[in-house]
Ligand binder design. Structure first.
Ligand code: TMP
Length: 212
C-alpha cells in the first residue's frame, strides 16, 4: 500500500498559517485522502507539555542548547508517535511547522548556527523530511502588526525585529536551497490571493503525487 505524504507549513509570526492549513486540509479531504493535521512544537500530550515549557515567558534565562534539545525532544516524540504511524497507515500529514523552523528560529534567530542544527537534525532524523513545504513569506513589519492585536506575547514573540529578520532570511535561504520541496507563497497579499496560491501549490503536488 502506498504510504501517505507529509506536508509542512512554515512562516514567521502572523503569516496566516492556521487559516491556510484549514484550506489545505479541505482540499486534500475533497480529493478523498485521510488527513492528520498536527503542529510543532507539540502534536502529542508530552510534546504539548514541552511546547508550554518552550513558549512560557520566564525569569530564568533559557540556555540555547536547552531550547534546541527541548524542541527536538518534542519533535522525536511527535515523529515516532504521530507522523510516522500516520504515513504508514497511508494518511496524509499536515504539520504546522517542522525542522525548518528549528533552522530558522534556533539556527538563525538565536544564532546557534544553521550547520549545527542541521547536524542534530541529521543525527536524529536522517533523511526524514516533508515531501512538500509551504513557506508563507511575509515582511517582518507586517507580521508584527498582525500579532499586535493577539494578546500576551509568548517567549518567541517577545524577540526583537532583528531576530525575526534573521528568521525570515533563513527560511528564504532554505527555500532557495531546496526548490523541489519548497513553495514560497507571498503572504502579504489579501487572504483570497494567498489562499488561491496555496490551493494551486497543493493541486500541483496532488498531480505530481498521483503520477506513476
Ligand atoms: P506558532 O507556530 O504557534 O507560531 O508558535 C510556535 C513558536 O515556536 C514560534 O514562535 C516558533 C517557535 N519554534 C521554534 O523556535 N523552533 C521550532 O523548531 C519550532 C517548531 C517552533
Amino acid at each position: 500500500m502506498a504510504s501517505g505524504r507529509f506536508i509542512s507549513v512554515e512562516g514567521g509570526e502572523g503569516a496566516g498559517k492556521s487559516t491556510n492549513i484549514e484550506g489545505v486540509r479541505a482540499r486534500l479531504q475533497a480529493a478523498g485522502l485521510r488527513v492528520v493535521v498536527t503542529r510543532e512544537p507539540g502534536g502529542t500530550p508530552l510534546a504539548e507539555e514541552i511546547r508550554k515549557l518552550l513558549l512560557a515567558p520566564r525569569e530564568e534565562a533559557v540556555c540555547d542548547d536547552t531550547e534546541l534539545l527541548l524542541v527536538f525532544a518534542a519533535r522525536m516524540q511527535h515523529v515516532e508517535r504521530v507522523i510516522k504511524p500516520a504515513l504508514a497507515r497511508g494518511d496524509w500529514v499536515i504539520s504546522d511547522r517542522f525542522t525548518d523552523a528549528t533552522i530558522a528560529y534556533q539556527g538563525a534567530g538565536r544564532r546557534m548556527g544553521v550547520d549545527r542544527v542541521q547536524a542534530l537534525r541529521t543525527l536524529l532524523l536522517g533523511d526524514f523530511a516533508p515531501d512538500l513545504t509551504l513557506l508563507l513569506d511575509l515582511p517582518v513589519d507586517r507580521g508584527m502588526e498582525r500579532l499586535a492585536g493577539r494578546g500576551a506575547p509568548d517567549r518567541f514573540e517577545m524577540e526583537d525585529r532583528e531576530f525575526f529578520d534573521r528568521v525570515r532570511a533563513a527560511y528564504l535561504q532554505l527555500a532557495a536551497s531546496e526548490p523541489g520541496r519548497f513553495r514560497v507563497i507571498d503572504a502579504a497579499r489579501p487572504l483570497p490571493a494567498v489562499q488561491a496560491a496555496v490551493a494551486q501549490a497543493v493541486e500541483a503536488f496532488l498531480l505530481q503525487s498521483a503520477a506513476p
